[in-house]
Design a protein around this ligand. Structure first.
Ligand code: PBG
Length: 326
């Protein structure tokens, strides 16, 4: 039955009606807050390419995790920027590396925020690639052992979950095996399963100083043109033991999120990456958009597309609007 019998505007007449028929409700508990930890003490430097996001030393990272918790956030994704980088990324799997030390400090004071660690080599390698270089290219199989070692060292230091973001083939299986053998069978893996070679990571690479010195990441990250391949990537990660799957970036890949949600029943995360964040900030700072409303609309669209976990630099701002955990 169509107009004039059917009038869809009837249920849009008031906030009460709109709330009653709302299909997608964002919660603070859906959000994961990424943080960058650097050496030193008392360090808090704003990242030029990401207004409102800071690199912090361990002491101030602890304070920031507490602040996030007090806003109702329940999970942090931790990135480390080491003192020194080398060609095998040894800072990444060093028991005394920046992330490992940070985890021990944070865990000694805070036990009600999930600490998730990004597992990759690009923040630790002098060449900025996500693995070991051999014959001018990233060697997949040699990299696996190092990623697994990194994961185990994070678990030992207190990580609640590890999140490999390197896009090597077979890394979820290698990590699962090392965690199990190493005595951490209960630590889940959130895999960056469908991670695209995206220009939206630009601001992050400035933050982590991880721009590849030569070439780019198209030899291991996915081609933005592909969606069927994303399903294959996710399928493999699930077979290898991924507990949570991820699509990254989020905003230009809502169709991939939707496809993944329809295909799989695993918890699905989406990463609202640095470039997506910085565009909103830049336009907001210039008064070109209503920043808060655009932010909430973007986060809601990611959830509507099918992701129940959203990793976002907007986490604190959104939590302030949404309120604490329910
Ligand atoms: C590490 C990693 C990257 C991001 C998350 N983990 C950078 C990259 O792959 O170049 C990007 C995050 C963002 O842009 O917010 N491999």
């Amino acid at each position: 039955m169509s107009f004039p019998i059917t009038r869809l505007r009837r249920l849009r007449r008031s906030k009460q009606f709109r709330d009653l028929v709302k299909e997608t409700q964002l919660h603070t508990g859906d959000l994961v807050y990424p943080m960058f930890v650097v050496p030193g003490t008392g360090v808090r430097e704003e990242i030029g390419s990401m207004p409102g996001i800071f690199r912090r030393s361990i002491d101030l990272t602890v304070e920031e995790v507490k602040e996030a918790r007090d806003l109702g956030l329940r999970a942090v994704l931790l990135f480390g920027i080491p003192e020194e980088k080398d060609d095998v990324g040894s800072g990444g799997y060093d028991e005394d590396g920046i992330v490992q030390r940070a985890l021990r400090e944070i865990k000694s004071e805070i036990d009600d925020v999930l600490m998730i660690t990004d597992v990759c080599m690009c923040e630790y390698t002098s060449h900025g690639h996500c693995g070991i270089i051999k014959d001018g290219t990233v060697d997949n199989d040699e990299t696996l052992t190092l990623l697994a070692q990194t994961s185990l060292s994070h678990a030992k230091a207190g990580a609640d979950m590890v999140a490999p973001s390197d896009m090597m083939d077979g890394r979820v299986g290698a990590i699962r095996e090392m965690l199990d053998v190493g005595g951490y069978p209960d630590i889940p893996i959130m895999s960056y399963s469908a991670k695209y070679a995206s220009a939206f990571y630009g601001p992050f690479r400035k933050a982590a100083d991880s721009t590849p010195e030569f070439g780019d990441r198209r030899g291991y990250q996915m081609d933005p043109s592909n969606v069927r391949e994303a399903i294959r990537e996710i399928e493999l990660d699930i077979e290898e033991g991924a507990d949570i799957i991820m699509v990254k970036p989020a905003l230009s890949y809502l169709d991939v999120i939707r496809a993944a949600r329809e295909e799989f029943d695993h918890p699905l995360a989406a990463y609202n990456v640095s470039g997506e964040y910085s565009m909103v900030k830049a336009a907001g700072m210039q008064g070109l958009i209503d920043e808060q409303r655009v932010m909430m609309e973007i986060l809601t669209s990611i959830k509507r597309a099918g992701a129940e976990i959203i990793i976002t630099y907007h986490a604190k701002e959104a939590a302030k609007i949404l309120g604490g955990l329910d």
